[in-house]
Design a protein around this ligand. Structure first.
Ligand SMILES: NC(=O)c1ccc[n+]([C@@H]2O[C@H](COP(=O)([O-])OP(=O)(O)OC[C@H]3O[C@@H](n4cnc5c(N)ncnc54)[C@H](OP(=O)(O)O)[C@@H]3O)[C@@H](O)[C@H]2O)c1
Length: 286
């Protein structure tokens, strides 16, 4: 990975932090993104140590990715710090038991988990095109299997459920990845999605009530650690085995079939157009 430039979002915890440290250890220049300056500083220190202490090999960027203005600013800042990008690991995400809205007035799960992947990727595209066979890796989830895109009420104003919103957003990650891969055909850039497994991270820490109790108990008993949880992300970002492989969904470092809904091209195209509308951004990848 020497000479490669990587961006990792959600790098201040869990899967993203393990991936960022691993990429640095392999010799890549790693740009980490987090929403808290304090946590970014702590992670940056760990990533820097993995990079052998060389400060030029790591940098951190603070941005709340649920805000479109922040995503745009982040892409501009990254553009000022490097002239190409080889790996984009879209990993930041969350689940919100009660309905919340982002600074742009968009349902939070959709804003953070899907629209930030969509907007950041497209804004970084010129840098990715300048990279060497750049790879876009989108962290999705097997939670997508029960999900559907509710085009009549994608922001779930009428009937919100945290799990429903999360399933929809993770289905959107896969639909987006596949549509992106189709649109990037011939550019040399690949786009793949993955399920990391049920992973013991800070993801569930704010869950309260009986749902929180059960999930936290389940995580203690059945979840894998963040090192194992980051394995497929790292595999897709680094392995020569997946060079040129694009438009696939991976679990445990193997391509598997995601749900039939996630493979529906008309749904993917419709979601793409809606994502353009919701971000007010005409994608550069056409
Ligand atoms: N854990 C699982 O079992 C599991 C299963 C399937 C898929 N996933 C997916 O894996 C990805 C990583 O999750 P994780 O388990 O590693 O969770 P995590 O430990 O909670 O890490 C999430 C990361 O996203 C960042 N983040 C959250 N909201 C943000 C915002 N508004 N702006 C910018 N960054 C924000 C967090 O920042 P802070 O450090 O500031 O909180 C953190 O760095 C997510 O996309 C999740 O959907 C997880």
């Amino acid at each position: 990975m020497k000479g490669k430039v990587c961006v990792v979002t959600g790098a201040t915890s869990g899967i993203g932090e393990v991936a960022a440290i691993d990429l640095a250890r392999r010799g890549a220049r790693v740009l980490i993104v987090g929403r808290s300056a304090e946590r970014c500083a702590a992670t940056l220190e760990r990533v820097r140590q993995a990079a052998g202490g060389d400060p030029s090999m790591t940098e951190s960027f603070v941005a709340d990715l649920s805000s479109q203005a922040e995503v745009r600013r982040l892409a501009d800042e990254i553009g000022k710090r490097c002239d190409r990008l080889d790996i984009l690991l879209n990993n930041a995400g969350g689940m919100f038991l009660a309905r919340e809205e982002s600074a742009d007035g968009i349902e939070m799960t959709l804003a953070l988990n899907h629209l930030s992947y969509f907007l950041l990727t497209d804004r970084l595209l010129p840098l990715l095109k300048a990279g060497a066979a750049a790879r876009i890796v989108n962290v999705a989830s097997d939670a997508h299997r029960g999900g559907r895109i509710d085009f009549d009420d994608i922001q779930l104003r009428r009937n919100y459920g945290g799990w429903r919103a999360y399933q929809q957003s993770k289905l959107a990650n896969i639909l987006f990845t596949f549509e992106l891969a189709r649109r990037l055909e011939g550019t040399g850039i690949t786009a793949n999605a993955l399920h990391p497994g049920f992973v013991r991270t800070r993801f569930f820490q704010d869950f309260t009530g009986w749902v929180g109790f059960i999930i936290k108990l389940g995580a203690r008993v059945a979840a894998i650690g963040p090192e194992a949880g980051a394995r497929t992300s790292i595999y897709l970002a680094t392995s020569p085995e997946v060079e040129g492989v694009t438009g696939r969904y991976f679990v445990k470092c193997r391509p598997v079939n995601p749900s039939p809904r996630s493979r529906d091209r008309a749904t993917a195209e419709r979601l793409w157009r809606l994502s353009e509308e919701l971000t007010g951004h005409a994608a550069a990848v056409r």
